[in-house]
Ligand binder design. Structure first.
Ligand SMILES: *[C@@H]1O[C@H](CO)[C@@H](O)[C@H](O)[C@H]1NC(C)=O
Ligand SMILES: *[C@@H]1O[C@H](CO)[C@@H](O)[C@H](O)[C@H]1NC(C)=O
Ligand SMILES: *[C@@H]1O[C@H](CO)[C@@H](O)[C@H](O)[C@H]1NC(C)=O
Ligand SMILES: *[C@@H]1O[C@H](CO)[C@@H](O)[C@H](O)[C@H]1NC(C)=O
Ligand SMILES: *[C@@H]1O[C@H](CO)[C@@H](O)[C@H](O)[C@H]1NC(C)=O
Ligand SMILES: *[C@@H]1O[C@H](CO)[C@@H](O)[C@H](O)[C@H]1NC(C)=O
Ligand SMILES: *[C@@H]1O[C@H](CO)[C@@H](O)[C@H](O)[C@H]1NC(C)=O
Ligand SMILES: *[C@@H]1O[C@H](CO)[C@@H](O)[C@H](O)[C@H]1NC(C)=O
Ligand SMILES: *[C@@H]1O[C@H](CO)[C@@H](O)[C@H](O)[C@H]1NC(C)=O
Ligand SMILES: *[C@@H]1O[C@H](CO)[C@@H](O)[C@H](O)[C@H]1NC(C)=O
Ligand SMILES: *[C@@H]1O[C@H](CO)[C@@H](O)[C@H](O)[C@H]1NC(C)=O
Ligand SMILES: *[C@@H]1O[C@H](CO)[C@@H](O)[C@H](O)[C@H]1NC(C)=O
Length: 420
């Protein structure tokens, strides 16, 4: 009896954690002999897939604000060893960044992710109790020496089948002083943003307590692609996306609803592809990030959209809104085909957040020549196609009836002439 209660509340806790676990900024420093050599201020979301006894499951784990630097494995480095920043949290989980430099630039040479599958609060029903460690090659994070790497946009890095998404990141290694340098190297994603002006959100919640806002017009169609390490496209998507979410406005002290059309010309896409999962990360400005996870079931030769996660930061929020669901089964398609849906589709994620798609075509896994394969069309489109077919068939039938009537009429009148 007691056992089932504990189990239930634990499940509820982990669901709450998964859905409302908000992204927090953490500050981490590595020092030796009173001088700081690495400092990082960042938010990170870890997307980890693991085996339960019956299925694969993916959890989204935000780096909590209780994260600390693991002094035993972090180091400033020397001539013979490279610097490491290892951040530890919970029971045996860690995220590590290894740096290298060539004198004028420094970069994150590799990323290390360690997670403890025995921790059932994060990995419920895991069929293993192992502590797993995975390493990535270069993370694409680099800056000029004596400058701070600054990236507000979300950046995802694939790490041995798992994904780490950084946002709001300031970082420096090989530091000349004890604090972050005021000179900054701005990441490419942010530079793309500063060259264009960021408009305010498409639809702001109303000031006066009002009923639900009317949705804006359909979003523009964007063209997004992800390449794998060999440079070939491994995920291709063309679609218009509209976020529909509600949150508690601090200014209004009430729940407000927002429709947000993703503007393709202001959206940066990133992501990663693995054998059985592919992630597309779309960030508009510094305030809105959407993660779409596709999963391949190779036994069934099907892939599907298994996870949708969203982070939105608005000025009248107490904390950034973060919502997601990793047990979805949308856009299900045969492996090696693309999925198409021209009609609007609503993908429910959690009660407070849904995603509307427009004029969508996507393909993850098995792309050839960086192009879509034959499309499988959604049911709504097929139903829409049915109407012109029915109308066409009815018209053809009518023509046939008129023709038969004419022929019969002609035969009759012909016969009439003969009797005279
Ligand atoms: C570090 O700083 C403290 C206080 O500022 C000082 O007492 C200590 O000697 C310093 N240690 C080293 C190795 O410089
Ligand atoms: C799940 O288990 C299978 C079979 O043991 C293994 O091949 C696969 O790598 C595992 N997946 C993960 C994410 O651990
Ligand atoms: C865990 O589950 C996978 C399939 O889901 C299976 O292949 C694997 O052998 C299991 N591992 C253990 C340690 O039970
Ligand atoms: C892994 O988690 C379990 C359960 O929370 C804990 O007992 C164990 O000490 C952890 N392992 C490590 C290496 O921290
Ligand atoms: C460091 O690497 C960058 C990029 O590869 C290059 O432009 C630069 O010249 C290198 N600097 C030195 C000192 O080798
Ligand atoms: C970085 O700063 C240190 C200390 O101020 C200085 O000695 C060094 O020459 C600088 N390096 C570069 C490449 O500017
Ligand atoms: C982005 O697209 C919108 C709509 O087409 C347009 O109004 C806006 O000027 C564009 N912004 C930039 C920076 O290109
Ligand atoms: C937006 O979400 C709300 C709440 O889930 C729902 O009632 C409404 O129909 C949705 N509107 C659109 C246009 O998707
Ligand atoms: C917000 O609303 C709640 C209930 O509607 C009320 O109890 C609370 O005092 C309000 N807070 C502010 C700051 O107005
Ligand atoms: C893959 O599909 C098969 C057959 O439909 C199903 O039995 C199995 O549970 C699926 N595996 C996963 C990991 O969802
Ligand atoms: C959210 O946005 C506000 C400004 O609108 C900013 O001050 C704050 O740092 C942002 N928070 C995060 C976690 O990005
Ligand atoms: C996540 O999605 C599944 C499948 O659509 C749904 O049953 C479940 O209720 C969702 N979870 C939450 C917390 O809304």
């Amino acid at each position: 009896m007691k056992r089932s209660v504990t189990c239930g509340s634990m499940l509820l806790l982990s669901v709450l954690f998964a859905v409302f676990g908000s992204l927090q900024a953490v500050t981490l420093e590595v020092s030796e002999r009173n001088s700081t050599c690495i400092k990082a201020e960042l938010s990170a979301l870890l997307s980890i897939t693991y085996n339960t006894s019956s299925t694969l499951r993916t959890v989204q784990v935000p780096l909590p604000n209780t994260t600390t630097v693991d002094a035993a494995s972090s180091r400033c480095g020397s001539v013979s060893s490279s610097p490491w920043l290892v951040a530890a949290f919970g029971s045996g989980h860690a995220l590590g960044l290894n740096f290298s430099t060539n004198g004028s630039l420094y970069n994150v040479a590799s990323l290390m992710l360690q997670y403890n599958l025995s921790d059932s609060s994060i990995f419920p029903d895991a069929n293993s109790s192992a502590v797993v460690t995975v390493l990535s090659a270069s993370a694409g994070i680099w800056a000029a020496i004596n400058t701070t790497y600054h990236c507000a946009s979300a950046t995802s890095v694939g790490v041995g089948g798992q994904t780490v998404t950084f946002s709001d990141m300031r970082l420096e290694a090989y530091m000349p002083q004890n604090d972050l340098s005021s000179d900054e190297t701005i990441c490419a994603a942010d530079q793309a943003l500063t060259t264009t002006s960021i408009p305010s959100t498409t639809s702001r919640p109303p000031i006066t307590p009002a009923p639900a806002p009317t949705p804006p017009g359909p979003p523009e169609r964007g063209n997004y692609s992800i390449r794998n390490s060999t440079g070939t496209v491994c995920l291709l998507a063309q679609m218009g996306l509209q976020l529909n979410f509600s949150y508690v406005s601090q200014a209004q002290n009430q729940t407000v609803q927002e429709f947000f059309n993703l503007a393709p010309n202001l959206t940066i896409s990133s992501g990663s592809c693995e054998d059985n999962s592919a992630i597309l990360v779309l960030s508009q400005g510094r305030s809105t990030t959407l993660n779409l996870t596709f999963t391949l079931n190779s036994t069934a030769s099907k892939y599907y959209l298994s996870g949708i996660n969203m982070i939105a930061n608005r000025s009248d929020m107490t904390a950034p809104f973060s919502a997601g669901n990793t047990s979805l089964n949308y856009l299900r398609t045969t492996q090696g085909r693309s999925y198409m849906c021209n009609a609007e589709q609503t993908l429910a994620v959690v009660p407070s957040f849904s995603l509307n798609t427009f004029r969508l075509q996507v393909q993850a896994f098995n792309l050839t020549n960086n192009q879509f394969a034959t499309a499988e069309e959604c049911q709504i489109d097929q139903d829409d196609m049915l109407i012109p077919i029915i109308v066409g068939a009815a018209l053809a039938g009518l023509v046939l009836i008129v023709l038969i009537a004419y022929l019969i009429g002609r035969k009759r009148s012909h016969a009439g002439y003969q009797t005279i």
